[in-house]
Design a protein around this ligand. Structure first.
Ligand SMILES: C[S@@+](CC[C@H](N)C(=O)[O-])C[C@H]1O[C@@H](n2cnc3c(N)ncnc32)[C@H](O)[C@@H]1O
Length: 317
């Protein structure tokens, strides 16, 4: 498609294979969580957002609905909204409706098919709005589309920042500061620390949708890399790691087994896990040093009544 900006021409299958083999060679096997999001993974994530146990989406949506007017006022006119990990852009619509004289919208996502479908739906619903989808990894450097105009403003909802460790947050925020520029602002949704009795069900729901989402990673590796993971041999686990203040998702091998990926064989002991995702739960204060060292300062924040979730407005310093 001619309206899609590809930041780097690379062999995505080779990169995927390299990342999978690297991750599965570590003492604690792991897989990068961005690979959850093929078309099926993005659909499953949308189902997760509707689950009764999954409080983050409805809480952040309520914060946006309540304070969109304030946010729009703080962001000003002529905004070029740049969204990292846009997914279905559902929450974005709240901002698009509140912002005045929008200059454009740049959704960035690794999930190509889903992103293009979202962009098409937005163009139909907002015919005046220039939409410039970027397919790619937001951890890599890329530029804004050449013909885009307006004052760049970052948007990073969904507490996707919670998937990153401190070093990755520094890398990400530094790159965002360089991309968005000296006058920019950044709206970031963060999930706050709360009791494990609320957190664990949010990542291990009764209907088993999160389990399907986690296991879909193995289905994807089988399909795209010709591997032979037996999905019945692995089970979804969600663990609260209090010291690291994060929910960890793992896939646990239910027996001793070997899996073939290309010409490599990967062995699993019974009970051994593949660590597939971290979802960090923050306090606002714990993030401020990381923001400050990367050229951002907290300007305002909005929380829900239960203090489950926060939307932060940062300003470039
Ligand atoms: C937790 S979902 C959030 C979706 C949506 N923004 C929301 O708030 O509901 C994470 C989204 O980020 C995308 N994503 C994850 N890692 C990414 C990366 N490294 N680069 C670009 N997109 C990424 C996924 O495809 C997915 O759409």
């Amino acid at each position: 498609m001619d309206d899609v900006f590809e930041p780097a021409a690379s062999d995505t299958r080779a990169v995927f294979l390299r990342d999978v083999l690297n991750g599965l060679s570590k003492p604690q096997k792991s897989l990068p969580c961005q690979y959850f999001y093929d078309a099926a993974g993005s659909e499953l994530f949308e189902q997760i957002t509707e689950l009764p146990e999954y409080y983050p989406t409805r809480t952040e949506t309520a914060i946006l609905n309540t304070h969109a007017g304030d946010m729009a006022e703080a962001l000003g006119r002529d905004v070029l909204l740049v969204e990292y990990g846009a997914g279905a852009s559902t929450k974005t619509r709240i901002l698009l409706d509140a912002l005045r004289e929008l200059a454009g919208y740049v959704p960035i996502d690794v999930s190509e098919e889903f992103l293009l479908h979202t962009a098409q739906a937005l163009r139909a619903d907002y015919p005046e709005l220039p939409v410039y989808p970027i397919v790619g990894d937001f951890m890599t450097r890329f530029g804004l589309p050449q013909d885009s105009q307006g004052q760049p403003v970052g948007f990073f909802p969904g507490s996707t920042i919670g998937n990153l460790n401190d070093d990755e947050i520094v890398q990400f925020m530094t790159a965002a500061r360089a991309l968005l520029g000296d006058q920019s602002q950044f709206l970031i949704g963060i999930d706050l620390r709360k009791d494990a009795s609320i957190l664990i069900p949010a990542y291990d729901d009764a209907a088993g949708v999160t389990a399907k989402f986690n296991l879909n990673l193995l289905t994807r590796i089988n399909r795209e890399l010709g591997a032979d993971f037996d999905l019945g041999g692995f089970a979804h686990r969600a663990i609260w790691n209090d010291d690291a203040s994060r929910i960890e998702m793992h896939l646990e091998s239910l027996r001793m087994q070997s899996v073939h990926i290309g010409d490599r064989t990967v062995s699993f002991d019974a009970g051994e896990t593949i660590h597939t995702e971290n979802s960090r739960k923050f306090t606002i204060d714990s993030l401020l040093p990381l923001f400050e060292q990367t050229g951002w300062i907290l300007k305002k924040n909005w929380l829900d009544e239960d203090r489950y979730f926060a939307v932060l407005l940062l300003s470039a310093t």
